[in-house]
Design a binder for this molecule. Structure first.
Ligand code: PLP
Length: 374
């Protein structure tokens, strides 16, 4: 089996699992316990927190451990809007965001004026439209770092430049698909979210980073863990495993990037020979989106699956609900491109042999679809 759905989740690295198991056994104590064993666990928790912040070069941020980016996005949005609502009611969100951003804002529409920032044809947030939408009533702007469907890198520095004239506006970034893949300059970003299983960590652990944000109102109430922002016994094995995974992702990042770039080139070249196949531009090589025009994405995914290759249509969260590909819709792609799209996503372990087998399988599916394609 060739697994190419790494934007949905990655396989935890073996050494990450070793850390997870060791800490589960040797440091199973509750980090909130005041006895010696609890303090030992707490020391490990704080060392891991420092290591994660150092790896991301965000030592000046507070870091709260959560169950993943969904929870981090929810806490950032709900807590910051609660804090800021006395100063304005307008929230600007890119159309490209993950459901864990869009859907929480949809829930808050009654109380806030939520407006979408348009998307350019190449899948980036339209900063000219952002400028037009900016007023002194804007208290929150949220734009992801890397889009999970097409692999477009969003113009965070340009957005920061626009926001520099509006100090009241909080800037949140969902960095889930960027961490461990590309370098991000976090200066000027007030809060950001990450999820460990996207970079070879285990599932159910992530973090929210916050700069100069105090008295955050919790979303979950309980024993006051994690600076009273995220109550609940801390998942210490998950946290230490996340620190390890991040180190591995960062250490292998540049080599992986170069390898994937060459595999992308090879795939693009081969696809040029196939009629009715359209490729989306991507800024990062770990996510590649293409459409078999005239076919349904699910049919292509199933045909590849039968050939032992696992890819996806949209994001894993959306594909189960059969929702439309919102990213391609925002890019104003044609119906054929939207309906026939698949997402192929690679990892540090993807190799050239797998790439060749993918290309063969894509060609064979193309041939099988024959007259269906337009
Ligand atoms: N944000 C983006 C861009 C994602 O791709 C994902 C996962 O698919 C999430 C947030 C949610 O992450 P998790 O499911 O780990 O909470």
């Amino acid at each position: 089996m060739i697994y190419l759905d790494n934007a949905a989740t990655t396989k935890p690295d073996r050494s990450v699992m070793e850390t997870f198991q060791k800490v589960s056994e040797d440091y199973f104590y509750n980090t909130a316990s005041i006895h010696q064993a609890g303090r030992k666990a707490e020391a490990l928790l704080e060392a891991s927190r420092r290591q994660i912040k150092a790896l991301l070069k965000v030592e000046h941020y507070d870091c709260v451990f959560t169950s993943g980016a969904t929870e981090s996005n929810n806490i950032a949005i709900q807590s910051v809007l609660e804090m800021k609502k006395a100063f304005g009611r307008t929230v600007l969100v890119s159309e490209l965001e993950h459901p864990s951003v869009i859907n929480v804002l949809e829930e808050m529409r009654g109380e806030f004026n939520v407006q979408f920032i348009k998307t350019t044809r190449d899948g980036k947030v339209d900063t000219t439209h952002l400028k037009e939408l900016m007023t002194n009533d804007v208290i929150f702007v949220t734009v992801m770092a890397v889009n999970n469907i097409t692999g477009s890198v969003q113009p965070l520095d340009e957005i920061k430049a626009v926001l520099a004239d509006y100090p009241k506006a909080h800037f949140h970034t969902d960095a889930t698909q960027a961490v461990g893949k590309i370098n991000i300059n976090y200066d000027g970003i007030d809060t950001f979210s990450i999820s460990a299983h996207k970079f070879y960590g285990v599932k159910g652990i992530g973090a929210l980073f916050m700069k100069n944000i105090k008295n955050v109102k919790p979303v979950l109430f309980g024993g006051g863990h994690e600076s009273n922002i995220r109550s609940g016994t801390v998942n210490l094995p998950g946290v230490t495993a996340m620190a390890k995974a991040l180190r591995i992702a960062e250490e292998t990042r540049d080599v992986t990037y170069q390898n994937l770039l060459s595999y992308n080139d090879k795939i693009r070249k081969e696809m040029l020979n196939l009629t009715s196949v359209e490729m989306q531009p991507n800024d990062v090589p770990h996510i590649l989106n293409m459409s078999f025009k005239g076919a349904k994405g699910e049919v292509v995914v199933n045909a590849l699956s039968e050939r032992g290759i696992m890819v996806s249509t949209t994001s894993a969260c959306a594909s189960k609900r059969h929702s439309l590909n919102e990213t391609l819709l925002a890019m104003k792609e044609s119906q054929d491109v939207i309906e026939g799209s698949i997402r192929i996503s690679f990892s540090k372990d993807t190799d050239e042999g797998e790439t060749d087998r993918l290309i063969e399988a894509l060609k064979s599916v193309h041939e099988e679809l024959g007259d269906v394609l337009v």
